[in-house]
Design a protein around this ligand. Sequence first.
Ligand code: ADP
Length: 423
Amino acid sequence: MTTTLLGCIADDFTGATDLASNLVRTGLRVIQTMGIPEGPLGEAADAVVVALKTRTVPADEAVAQSLAALAWLKAQGAGQIYFKYCSTFDSTPRGNIGPVTDALMDALGTDFTIACPAFPENGRAVFKGTLFVGNELLHESGMRNHPLTPMTDSNLVRVLQAQTPRRVGLIDHRTVARGAAAITQRIAALRNEGVGMAVVDAVSNDDLRAMGPALASLPLLTAGSGVAIGLGAQAGATRLADAAQLPLPRGLRAIVSGSCSAATNGQVAEFIARGGAALAVDPLELALGHDAQARALAWAQERLAGGPVLVYATAEPDAVRAVQAHLGAARAGEIVEQALAGIARGLVDLGVRQLIVAGGETSGACVQALGITRMRIGPQIAPGVPWCHAPTLLAPDGGLHIALKSGNFGAREFFTQAFDVLG
Ligand code: ADP
């Protein structure tokens, strides 16, 4: 058992899972909740990640939801708070990273925190306060064209300063490379100068690990998922060899895929090429009201005993564009999400207890249809995609193992290999 609970507030769903997975890798037992639970946690954990959807909502809404999450986490005994945002620092001059950080600092009564989106393993490095995405500067990467949070400046000190009245400073790589004691000294010096938030450089996992002990006494950390790598050993947390352990897997296996990303298209093709049982659902048929769900479930019922089945709407860009031209992009997305969510539910009714869902939005719809409000985070299948175990009324006999894969994650063999990870 740990002496303190790490309380995490994530600004989106798949980002929450990404953070939770990194925490498990450091030996913490982690529960992720979908939104703010109504009651107490009621389970043993070293860290809890509350998944919100606040990245692009108006700043005052993001602040209100984050403060409510903070209050719930404090009530569960959280000793330190970790505000998780995207490793590309997705935000605009209106927020939401600055305003949420300010509100959390005020509520926690602290005058200092860090900001560090670095995740070198995934190609996000911060050097001299400048964020690199792979080998590109942030503002020269694809993020400059993001529809909601275009990132046009790579200097995070400037980006964050535009979002907060507090003074923003820098803990640069010369300091980080000298280790935790140097970082602690630099934090004290910045505090004396009246700096309230400091961007921290990190270009390697060693930098992130060096940071951990220096951050232990800060009531609030703000970061991507990378900083979590340095936290496992701090605050008296016991490194549990079995942190990633989930209940034994049982039941039938299925995959539901609504992602049309390049990686998922490859994974579907690979699953089929290896002889997997796969059924495509046609969005145009769904739109006509044909009972494709019932047919998909009847098809699955005949095959589930033979191994994992895949039900997919996944299609190549040309096919997706053709469907969108007929139905409109939003309606097509909604129809497919709802159909796949209904199929996921039906599959669990048929005895599926190991389920993979591909697609961020698709995952949201399926989790909702399955009535899942919390998940225990288990072993990693691919970076950012862990197996999880969730209680649901649909599987009262011991819950459901579920993996939620956002679009471009995972290697080509993901669907064929994922079940082996669970054992
Ligand atoms: P990703 O994580 O790859 O972005 P999402 O599930 O978030 O995947 O988004 C994919 C969207 O595309 C969903 O809204 C889904 O319903 C929709 N979709 C899936 N298949 C099709 C298709 N064949 N035609 C049109 N839209 C589709």
